[in-house]
Design a protein around this ligand. Sequence first.
Ligand code: KMH
Ligand code: ZN
Length: 417
Amino acid sequence: MTMTSPVGLSVTLRLRMGAHDAHYAGELVDGARVLALFGDVATELLIRLDGDEGLFRAYEAVEFLAPVYAGDYLEVRGVLTAVGTTSRRMDFEARKVIANLRDKGAAASAAGVVEPAVVVCRARGTCVVPKPLQRIQHHAASEMAPEAILTAALVGAEVTREQTPHLPITAHEIADDAARCREAGAAVVHLHVRKPDGTPSQATELFQEAIDRIRAKTDVIVQTSTGGAVGMSVDERAGPLGCRPEMATLNCGTLNFGADVFVNTRPQIRDLAQRIRAAGSVPELECYEVGHIDEALTLAGEGLLAPPLHFQFVLGVPGGIGAREPIIQFMAAQIPRGSTWGVAAVGRHQKPMIEAALRLGGHARVGLEDNIYLSKGVLAEGSAPLVRQAVDYARSIGRTPVDPSRARTLLGLEKGP
Ligand code: KMH
Ligand code: ZN
């Protein structure tokens, strides 16, 4: 997607609820007051986007989650999630950041910071600005339906056949799954391979066999893993680079990985970055923590990565950063202009987090490596059904999944397959 898209634009208000806001007994502030604040946030978003106050047309969902009292300070945030010809969709959240103590033993004026802040209300809504009233023309047609690159992570290193019979293991099975994912709308496959007994391997020959079979069937971009499985050496992990893949992952920091530790020391990251460059591959920067983004930026500063940078925010690994929408917003705000970013999330977090990423203007990764379920208790029959689900969602919010050729242009993959 273009970096000038207004999707992701956000505004924040912070204000104190006074006695005049407390409509009900016990100094309780009514929910309509919070909705009026969402209205003010929406109006500011519309003014910034269109140069007009616009109109609030409908709320799709409103949840009141905690009471608000006189003396509370609210932080009210709205983010633009989709832009149509005249419609503008937004997500809203109000959080209590300061509260009066209301403690019988304390002074009436006793108050404190609410840490962590409490979400008191969430909502989603749509506003409209009629065409003739739109005074700012910075959202061209191509930006109103921004393109989305969908990646399918087919295999991974951790999922087993015991967990799902649909995991592809042989090169033949992997290639068939890759072709089905491409057909469903994926532009990239993130690739791991397995030995015949199902254990993970980074052997060049096994990757070459899988890539050759994928190439015989489909034009999808192949992004090989250099993460491999926990415990592998850097030499072992670099095996797939012997195939000179179009893309390869670069894991940007160490983290707890469930009960294990996924070790990526700073020298190891630099070593792999150099090997990826030597293979003529374009790195995708796997960030499981905010600090990993900073490490990637440091690498770019050292000349080991060349822009445009491609970030993958990997959320919800037990021991890594959590899978929450504000985390995506924060991570996306850290990366340089001209970079691309996507989200992968583990297990039940996959669907809500890739949907949030698509709403916020990012790209998305699905697939059995991260999540084996299509819905609660229903195993996905390979990664293609998960891709199809992501495609349907992307289209429903005005995003257009791109084919591999367009993705090559967006990612700056000059080399081609
Ligand atoms: N299997 C994980 C330990 C990557 O492919 O670059 C690492 C991983 C990341 O899957
Ligand atoms: Zn992987």
